[in-house]
Ligand binder design. Structure first.
Ligand SMILES: Cc1ncc(COP(=O)(O)O)c(C=O)c1O
Length: 384
């Protein structure tokens, strides 16, 4: 057995039903420093497009934020680069303390990561296994299911509620007697729909014992109705809340994110981590968190452009799903991939299709000018 896994870690993997061969593979991958196939939004978006993007292509395929970091964050990051020859050890704890204070949490319940795909992946590796399935809505963000396959955990897909596209929390709680993780993306990627606070609370209080509810709040700042789940962490529930700076904060390429959970849950996720963040992203994250205007202003900008686009599509009798995030889904009445390919010919890269909704595509809300190009391309490519 490679010494990289402690006996406690081996015992934990075995308890979750990961085979000896499975943890040999994991240990070998860690020892070789090789990367796990971590399917992030970037990788998933890239994989769905069948060719390189031509210069000048409108990129509304990966839920990125065309606004980038807010000006104060950009300025602070430029300024810190000159000190980038130092580790600046106090910056990561400062980011943790800033977020903890805003969420009314003890800093021991907050951990910083370069984005939130990382802790999402870690949570699945830490809590799922052969006997501990990963329960996820369908359609939803796919990264966790990819992680589950690495530890041999079954993936149980639970359809969203038909009319509202919220998570069907009762069906998710009943999906398996011993799930490792029940994943709730709020608002959900790709539908942009919100799961009400009462439903999430019900799930947390009625889920099978020992299961962890993983609340992915990557898009929560775009919504005016979704309720943040950090109060459940403060109440010491079996909940992990994920946040990222890749969406409303416009820092996807700079990489900052966080997990909030009871310290014992965070410890399980962080068995292999330096816990140390790049000084640029950390500085940008702290300044962004302290901005009083960033969230309300950007939420309104995205809301206005999204609603204008949805109204345009409705005027052409194109079916869409109402959304509270920087994305929405539209029904193109033919295989989504075919439509996406036609749009790419018009130099508009749109998002992917989920197998359960094969004629629907995900559209990211871009700038007003980008959405004008999207509308023009749509009129050429859409047929009723
Ligand atoms: C639902 C959801 N969670 C997490 C992420 C993580 O993004 P990042 O790793 O850039 O923080 C994304 C990215 O698109 C996402 O859609």
């Amino acid at each position: 057995m490679p010494p990289i896994l402690t006996s406690e870690q081996r015992a934990d993997f075995a308890r979750r039903g990961v085979s000896r061969r499975g943890f040999h593979q994991i240990a070998a991958m860690l020892a070789a420093g090789s990367a796990f196939p971590l399917f992030t939004e970037r990788a998933l978006a890239q994989r769905a497009t069948d060719r390189a993007l031509a210069p000048g292509t409108v990129k509304i395929d990966a839920n990125e934020n065309p606004m980038g970091p807010c000006p104060e964050a950009a300025e602070a990051m430029r300024a810190i680069i000159q000190d980038g020859g130092r580790y600046l050890d106090d910056l990561t704890p400062k980011m943790v303390r800033t977020l903890a204070a805003m969420e009314n949490l003890d800093p021991a319940s907050v951990y910083a990561y370069p984005g939130s795909s990382d802790p999402l992946f870690r949570a699945v590796l830490a809590f799922c296994g052969k006997e501990r399935p990963y329960v996820v809505a369908d359609p939803s963000f796919e990264t966790g299911a990819h992680a589950a396959r690495i530890v041999g955990a079954p993936v149980i897909n639970v359809p969203l509620v038909k009319e509202t596209f919220a998570h069907d929390v009762k069906a998710m709680a009943a999906a398996h007697p011993t799930p490792g993780i029940i994943y709730v993306c709020n608002p959900n990627n790709p539908t942009g729909t919100v799961t009400p606070k009462a439903d999430i609370e019900w799930l947390v209080n009625n889920k099978p014992k020992d299961a962890v509810v993983l609340l992915d709040e990557a898009y929560i700042h775009f919504s005016s109705s979704a309720v943040m789940g950090s109060y459940l962490v403060a109440a010491a529930k079996d909940v992990i809340v994920l946040r990222t700076f890749s969406k409303i904060y416009g820092m996807a390429g700079l990489r900052a994110g966080a997990a909030m959970a009871r310290p014992d849950l965070l410890r399980k996720m962080n068995q292999f981590t330096s816990g140390f963040m790049p000084v640029t992203a950390t500085t940008g994250a702290v300044v962004s968190l302290n901005s009083k205007t960033l969230i309300p202003e950007r939420r309104k900008t995205v809301h206005d452009i999204r609603e204008e686009t949805l109204a345009f599509l409705a005027s052409h009798r194109i079916q869409t799903i109402p959304s509270e995030a920087n994305m929405f889904m539209m029904n193109v009445n033919r295989p989504g991939r075919e439509f996406a390919s036609a749009m790419l010919n018009e130099k508009v890269a749109i998002g992917r299709t989920w197998p359960v909704m094969p004629t629907w595509v995900r559209i990211t809300v871009g700038t007003a000018a980008e959405m004008e190009r999207f509308r023009a391309a749509c009129l050429k490519c859409y047929t009723a």
